[in-house]
Design a protein around this ligand. Structure first.
Ligand code: PEP
Ligand code: MG
Length: 553
């Protein structure tokens, strides 16, 4: 059996499947079929088992994680929930629905209280999910544990799950949901973990089934033949092309600094070894995920200083917290939104919680002073001049010397001529720019084909940003995944990008490709692609122009 999806990374993995349980469905509202006492006993048993399980997990960890699990165990025994659910059972509900509604009511109270109490809503939701799963006889969706390596198959994975995967155990990941620029896909690429997202057919795979995960081909082969296994094993995991880590240069000597995208401080030394000339995007949200409140200024300073140290004397661009969309944080008051990518995300959420933003900026300045990097800070999800002015004024007032924005909301690209004079640099976030321009949710595998940054509409917007940056005399970077696609990277330079930032493992190939083209040639290729009618036509036109050129030389 062959299952198609969207491949992420270059590696090929062979292993047996371990499935993560499906998300727990909301229980139906149909009336109970058994009598109230039996239904209440089921309820009490499920809550007690959930509490015991959480206490047992707490015993395996220390510190904050232990406190959270112990508090969750108490939530499962909370008399308010038990009384409320019992009353609902008396009134005719089944145990699943009764406990779901009782936890829901409790949740509303916590959220209404705000502050520290509201931050516990996510923990409460988790206890509710576990209890409903137990009552319904299904597994709780969490990364399974195993004493042997496996291919993880899931409906979807939260970025926090992907970031925490044990790479000694997980050989590859396959998800039914998610697009090529979902954060799970980006993290998998950064961790060199072969992945296939948007593979709706993976629901048919069973625990223990042997599979080949061929990320470059975007195919999962279930029950492979001997020949398929040999072929896959010969190709093996992704390796980095050896290449001297020299500065980025076009064939005519034009400098294009090649920078690293980092998601975590621990990635920094490897990025330097692979020739990163600085950092073009330090994503900071992974420091905040799973936290009940923003980390202290001291804790943040220590983390940033660790990320900065290998880049002392060089430029490091940090993006302030981009929560919202797929990374909801209770302490920013995130509530359910029907379309979270269009919701209170990035700077919008930070503006409402300015204290969190101020603390982050203070920590960044302190880490800069400790390590001697040339700090630059940019804001995500900026739509217009008003938001730009707000962020620039705040960051400068706290001592940041170089302040920019990501151009990732189409309005910021359209208005780039107004925004460029307000900032010290612009950075094009092609992942979001593509999702918003083509109205294709990054999290949805079903619209993965639309999420293609080669689309001429995206390229034309990138050109507006490039032109505005040139007119204002400021650098224009690209920090989305497009910068790591070697040929597209050349095009982006032709559209006006002056520096490129990518996952460090991609630096070598981009460096090699840039060296094959002059600036004039890059501009010609960019014009060809921007004039095409679709992403596929743009790619085909550029590839054939490049091969015609190499045939002539
Ligand atoms: C982008 O949108 O292109 C980007 C770099 O940011 P993120 O992928 O974190 O949204
Ligand atoms: Mg973005």
């Amino acid at each position: 059996m062959r299952i198609n999806g969207i491949g992420v990374g270059r590696g090929v993995a062979v292993g047996s499947v371990l499935r993560m349980a499906e998300p727990v469905a909301e229980p139906s509202d149909s009336p109970r079929v058994t009598d109230a006492p039996s239904e209440r006993s089921r309820l009490l048993a499920a809550l007690a088992e959930t509490a015991i399980e959480l206490t047992a997990r707490a015993a395996l960890v220390d510190g904050a994680a232990r406190d959270v699990l112990e508090a969750q165990s108490l939530m499962a025994q909370d008399p308010t929930v038990i009384d409320d659910a019992s009353t609902r059972i008396e009134a005719g509900q089944c145990a699943e629905r009764a406990v779901f509604d009782a936890f829901g009511a409790y949740r509303d109270i916590l959220v209404g209280l705000g502050g520290v109490m509201a931050e516990r809503a996510a923990d409460l939701d988790d206890v509710c999910r576990r209890t409903v799963a137990r009552l319904s006889g299904v597994g709780v969706p969490e990364v399974p544990e195993s004493d042997h390596p496996f291919v993880l198959v899931a409906h979807d994975l939260a970025p926090a799950d992907t970031a925490a995967l044990d790479l000694d155990k997980v050989l590859a990941i396959v998800t039914a949901a998610g697009g090529p620029t979902s954060h799970t896909a980006i993290l998998a690429k950064q961790r060199r973990l072969p992945a296939i997202v948007g593979a709706a057919g993976c629901c048919d795979l069973a625990d223990g089934q042997l599979v080949v995960v061929d990320a470059p081909a975007g195919v999962i082969v279930a029950d492979p033949s001997g020949a398929e296994l040999d072929g896959a094993r010969a190709r093996g995991p992704e390796t980095t092309v050896p290449c001297a880590p020299t500065p980025g240069l076009l064939a005519d000597g034009t400098r294009v600094p090649l920078l690293a995208n980092l998601g975590d401080a621990t990635d920094a030394p490897a990025a330097v070894a692979l020739g990163a000339e600085g950092v073009g995007l330090l994503r900071t949200e992974f420091l905040y995920l799973d936290q009940r409140q923003a980390p202290s200024v001291e804790a943040q300073t220590a983390h940033y200083a660790q990320a900065f140290r290998p880049f002392a004397g060089r430029r490091v661009i940090v993006r302030v917290l981009d929560a919202g969309a797929d990374k909801q944080l209770a302490f920013l008051g995130h509530e359910h939104e029907e379309n979270p990518a269009l919701g209170r995300r990035g700077l919008r959420a930070l503006r409402e919680h300015e204290g969190v933003l101020r603390d982050q900026l203070r920590a960044l300045v302190a880490a800069r002073d400790l390590t001697g990097v040339r700090l630059a800070v940019m804001a995500p999800m900026v739509a217009d001049a008003g938001e730009t002015e707000y962020f620039v004024a705040l960051a400068r007032s706290l001592g940041v010397e170089s302040v920019g924005i990501t151009a990732e909301v189409p309005s910021s690209a359209v208005l780039a001529d107004q925004l460029a004079p307000l900032v010290d640099f612009l950075s094009i976030g092609t992942n979001d720019l593509t999702q918003y321009t083509l109205a294709a949710d990054r999290m949805l595998g079903s619209v993965g084909a639309f999420q293609d940054p080669w689309h001429p509409a995206v390229l034309r917007l990138a050109r507006l940003v490039g032109d505005a940056g040139a007119a204002a005399g400021i650098p224009v970077g690209v920090c989305g995944e497009a910068a790591g696609d070697p040929l597209l990277a050349v095009l982006l330079v032709g559209l006006g990008a002056t520096e490129l930032s990518m996952s460090p493992t991609l630096l070598a190939e981009v460096r090699t490709e840039l060296a094959r083209h002059t600036l004039t040639e890059a501009r010609e290729l960019a014009a060809l692609a921007a004039g095409a009618r679709s992403a596929a036509e743009a790619r085909a036109a550029v590839e054939s122009a490049v091969s015609r050129r190499s045939a002539r030389s």
